[in-house]
Each structure stands twice: as C-alpha cells, then as structure tokens.
Ligand binder design. Structure first.
Ligand code: ADP
Length: 396
C-alpha cells in the first residue's frame, strides 16, 4: 500500500479497500476509515472491474476522484480510491463565476440603457411624425419634416414630405381649377345678365332687337351647358377604376371620323384616314374615342375652308401611334407649352366663335397619361399642326 501512495504523490487522500469493501488503508490524517467498510456506488462499480473518474465543484473546492479496481492475476482483490481537493482551481472557478455574474449584470445594464435610449428616440420620432401628419391634415403643406440620418425613419420622413408636396400640388391645381372654372362660367352669365337687363331697361326696344338679344342669351346658355358637360367629362377622366380591354385603334378612329364628317363638310375641310389595321392597345374604348374625337374636332375647327385633316395610325416595335395633322391656323410657338392647360385658348375670339372652352386638350392630356401614353405637338403658325399620341402596343 505504501508503494501505491508513493505513485500518486499529488493525491490528497488515498483509500484502499479489500474485495469485501473493508478499508485496509486510508491516508486521511483525521477521520481515518481504516477498519470500516467503504461501500459506495463507485466502489461497487470498481469491484465489478470498472474505472470510475469524477470531478465536481463542491464548497468552493474543485474535487477530482478516481476509483479503480486492484487486479492481481486477473482477479479483483480490492479497490483504490483517490481524491484530490484543489482549492486553487476552485478559487479560479469561483472568481470566473463571480466575474461572469458581474459581466452579465453590466451587459444587462448597458442593454437596458440602450433599450431606454432607443425607445425614447423612437417615441420622439413618432411624436414628430404625428405632429407632422397633424400639420399636413390641417392643410399646411409648406411645413417639411426634418430628415435626419439614414435608415427607415429617414426614408419615411422623406416619403411623408414627398406626399405633402404632391398634396400641395393637387391642392393648388384644385384651387386653380375652381378659380378658372368660376371665372369661365361667370363670363357667359354676365353676358346673359347684361342682355336681359338691356331688354328690361329699354321699354320701347324694337322686337327685332329683343329677338336678337334673346337668341344671344340662348347661345350663351348653350355655351354654359357645353362647358359644364365638358367639366363633368374632365372630372370623369380623372376618376380611376375604368375597365380596360384590348382596343383596335382603326375601329375607334373610323367611328370618330364618321361622327365628324358633317362638321368637316360644313367647314369645307377634307377629312382623310391612313390607318394600319392591327394596331392594338390596352385601355378603355370611350377614353380613346375622347382623345381622337377632341384632336379631330380641333383640327377641323381651327382649319380654313378648303383645308385638309389627315388622321393616321401605325405601329412600330412595342409602340403604336395616332397622328392628327391639319393644314389649319397653326399654333404660335410661345403658346405650345400651355395648350394642354385647362381653359387655355390661343385665339380666344376664334375659340369662342367655335364654341371652344379651352378644356378639350387638357382632357386629351389627362386621358393619355392615364392610359400610359404620351402626347406631343408640332405646329407652324399659319401653316398647320400635327398632334401625335403614343401608346404601349397590346399586339403580340
Ligand atoms: P378649345 O375648346 O378652345 O378648342 P382645346 O383645349 O381643345 O380648347 O384647345 C386649346 C387651344 O389650343 C384652342 O383654343 C386653340 O387655340 C388651340 N388649338 C388646339 N388645337 C388646335 C389646332 N389643331 N390648330 C390650331 N390651334 C389649335
């Protein structure tokens, strides 16, 4: 047994049991177990031939235990049990444990503070958003929300400001529209009142003049109803949700030409078609009819007696185009950028004569845009104009 103890000099306690569990040697200076039976799970396992190793951290000490059988001539004659108590390792483990606890606490505190900071920042930003939405809802679109840094919040602020800009433009065009519309409607109303007052205030007005004035009132009434009808059409043109189908351009153009033949004949204007069959677009047929009709109507109205209008349609690559060319009055270069605006008329006198309202081309431009098309115009004052509308083709 002495020899065994010398082979394991770092062991803190060495115990040797006989095959029946009787402790025959115990190195412990106090509470020596010699002469007693040492029966534990590990001893029983070692007696059955197994080597058992255990380590545990107990009472701030790191304990390692080894229980192995003593085999003599292939027969288990006893058990050797060695225990090592490493308080230094235990201290290291304890320090590690304490440090880990401290580190976890510090991390927790930092996370808590960061969380608080982020939530305060987010709350402030959301309050700013709410304030901005409130300002925009009150109709003040001049305000702009500060866009700070990058990321989703900055993007949202940018988008909100962009939305306000769109709302501002819409609001200003709405105000402009109301102002223009009331001005345009006021003019025929004022003329009617003037004519009616003249009749009432002149007791002995000749019958012929009275008839002439009443006929003028009738004309103004017609103009008013034409204008309100056109305004209604324009507001319809702006409404969304129309049903789209595949439309054959030539079919719609021929329908519009048929409708305008009497007007062209009356104005002594020749109306010619050069149409490629098979040009198709995706859209609403009534919308396309409105475009073609308005362009042809203008081409006839602003033409000269003996003049000519050629309407054509053709397709190239993934686009189709409609062209309305006339040999009429033409449009001065300075007016070209404005002719698609509501109520804009180049020659007010002529437009009034022909029953124009200055709304036709703005309707054309609106519908074209809604149908994902593009419109352009080329004109030479005194020589004629050419309007071209492009659409994405729906032909295979
Ligand atoms: P209107 O009802 O007055 O015809 P539009 O919006 O259709 O209104 O046209 C705006 C103005 O553009 C017209 O008043 C006219 O002066 C000019 N215009 C439009 N089409 C032509 C054209 N084909 N030839 C010459 N002038 C035109």
């Amino acid at each position: 047994m002495e020899i065994l103890y010398e082979k394991v000099p770092e062991a803190d306690r060495v115990t040797v049991c006989a095959a029946d569990g009787l402790v025959v040697y115990d190195s412990a200076p106090i509470s020596r177990q010699t002469g007693r039976y040492f029966v534990s799970q590990d001893v029983l396992a070692a007696l059955s031939g197994q080597d058992i190793f255990r380590s545990a951290f107990q009472n701030e000490v790191f304990v390692s235990q080894m229980t192995v059988p003593i085999i003599v001539y292939g027969k288990v004659t006893g058990v050797l049990h060695i225990s090592q108590y490493d308080s230094e390792q235990g201290k290291i483990l304890l320090d590690l444990h304490t440090n880990l606890l401290m580190a976890s606490f510090v991390i927790f505190l930092i996370a808590l503070m960061l969380g608080l900071m982020i939530s305060v920042m987010l709350t402030q930003r959301f309050t700013e958003f709410l304030k901005t939405i409130g300002i925009f809802s009150a109709g003040n679109y001049d305000y702009s929300m500060p866009v700070r840094g990058k990321g989703e919040m900055a993007e949202m602020a940018g988008k909100l400001n962009h939305l306000a800009e769109i709302l501002k433009q819409t609001e200003s065009s709405r105000q402009q529209f109301v102002a223009d519309a009331s001005h345009e409607l006021k003019t025929p109303l004022a003329s009617m009142k003037l004519l009616a007052d003249s009749i009432l205030q002149t007791p002995d007005m000749p019958q012929e003049l009275i008839r002439e004035f009443i006929s003028d009132i009738g004309d103004e009434t017609d103009r008013l109803s034409h204008m309100t009808e056109t305004l209604l059409r324009l507001s319809k043109a702006e409404a969304l949700g129309r049903q789209n189908t595949v439309i054959e351009l030539a079919v719609v153009i021929r329908r519009a030409v048929r409708m305008l033949l009497p007007l062209a004949a009356g104005a002594e204007v020749e109306l010619r078609c050069v149409l490629d069959d098979g040009c198709r677009i995706m859209g609403n047929e009534d919308d396309l009819y409105q475009i073609v009709f308005n362009l042809l109507d203008n081409a006839v109205k602003y033409n000269n007696s003996g003049g000519q209008v050629i309407v054509s349609c053709s397709g190239q690559d993934d686009k189709v185009c409609i062209t309305v060319k006339d040999s009429g009055a033409g449009i001065p270069q300075k007016d070209l950028p404005s002719i698609f605006e509501r109520f804009y008329r180049v020659d007010k006198a002529r437009s009034r004569e022909t029953g124009g309202t200055g709304l036709g081309l703005s309707i054309v431009a609106h519908i074209t845009e809604r149908m994902n098309g593009e419109i352009s115009v080329e004109s030479e004052f005194g020589a004629g104009s050419e309007f071209t509308v492009f659409f994405p083709s729906a032909s295979p």
